[in-house]
Design a protein around this ligand. Structure first.
Ligand SMILES: [Fe+2]
Length: 179
């Protein structure tokens, strides 16, 4: 039976050429890993999302319908009821947030998982609101008070939200966000 390593090798703080057989293919066709700064506006600006919230777009993957961003609610407020058609992974970076439909409150560092087919209503009661990092897949359907569908936000919606703001503000489009 194979033995499991206790920890990764850590004796050599240098690059090791692992000799990967398909590196030439990776070099040719991979979009490549990357680092996107989220602390400053250098890589991506805060784009207004209504009067009291903003979104910092971090990634758009049109093949998988994935988009990543930080949602900043600047004070107590609500993101109205919405239905997810895909899988959502979020981390609460600052403040607190909860959903009217669930019995938990997310705090700093907490992981939020959402699954397709669930609808919910996001509320922050924290005086400073919240910042939520999201890695999100699939469309999000937003409904009004009478359960009428008013907008479907998917990777294209998010991309347009980012690009329109950049054009308005004269900010260059950052190709790094297109993964
Ligand atoms: Fe949600």
């Amino acid at each position: 039976m194979a033995t499991q390593m206790k920890a990764p090798p850590s004796t050599k703080g240098e690059i090791v050429d692992v000799g990967y057989a398909y590196k030439h293919l990776v070099d040719r066709v991979s979009p490549g890993g990357r680092y996107i700064d989220a602390e400053t506006d250098v890589d991506s600006p805060w784009v207004p999302f209504g009067d009291s919230a903003a979104i910092k777009h971090l990634a758009f993957d049109v093949r998988q319908g994935i988009f990543s961003n930080i949602l900043w609610m600047k004070g107590p407020g609500v993101i109205g009821t919405h239905l997810h058609r895909g899988t959502i992974v979020m981390v609460c970076l600052e403040g607190t947030v909860r959903y009217l439909e669930y019995d938990w409150v997310a705090t700093k560092g907490g992981l939020i998982l959402e699954v397709p087919g669930e609808s919910h209503t996001l509320v922050t009661e924290h005086p400073d609101g919240c910042k939520l990092f999201g890695w999100m897949q699939g469309p999000i359907e937003f409904y009004d008070d009478n359960a009428n569908l008013i907008e479907t936000a998917d990777v294209w919606w998010m991309m347009n939200h980012y690009e329109e703001y950049c054009r308005e503000q004269g900010i260059p489009i950052n190709e790094k966000l297109y993964v």
